[in-house]
Design a protein around this ligand. Structure first.
Ligand code: HEM
Length: 123
């Protein structure tokens, strides 16, 4: 039986000295692999402690890359555990990601509402 790890537990392994990630419901310890990764350390660090299933698939990794995962496997995700939002350690290095998008969506919604309002009041 594979060992199960909660999302919270996995999220704690998000530094360059201790880096885990989730791919397809499995947990991988990428700490030692980071130096060898042909795609660089930074992408792995960014996804430390998180679910990297999408990004890993998007790159179109080779069968060799998928095979490498076997050596890094440490266990499975406890799917019954509470999913958590990972907040990266260094705020200075974060770009205008999540929050910026929220503001943008609000701005677009406000403009759309104004346009609808304008047309409704035409008659
Ligand atoms: C532990 C998981 C991973 C393993 C074992 C792995 C392995 C590899 C390998 C072997 C390659 C060389 C090309 C290939 O054989 O497909 C590669 C390339 C690459 N990987 Fe990963 N990778 C992992 C995770 C990731 C993640 C999460 C990302 C995030 C976006 C990523 C981004 C890339 C990129 C951008 C390249 C292309 C490098 C280039 O050709 O310029 N990899 N990876």
């Amino acid at each position: 039986m594979a060992k199960l790890y909660s999302y919270k537990e996995i999220a704690e392994h998000n530094t360059e000295n201790d880096l885990w990630m989730i791919i397809d419901g499995k947990v991988y310890d990428c700490t030692k692999f980071m130096d060898e990764h042909p795609g660089g350390e930074e992408v792995l660090l960014d996804l430390g402690g998180q679910d990297a299933t999408g990004p890993f698939a998007d790159i179109g990794h080779s069968d060799d890359a998928v095979k490498m995962l076997e050596d890094l496997y440490v266990g499975d995700v406890d799917k019954d555990s509470e999913p958590i939002a990972v907040v990266k350690g260094d705020p200075a290095s974060t770009t205008t990601g999540g929050e910026g998008n929220g503001v943008m969506i609000l701005a677009i919604a406000a403009v759309a509402l104004a346009v609808v309002y304008f047309y409704l009041n035409q008659k």
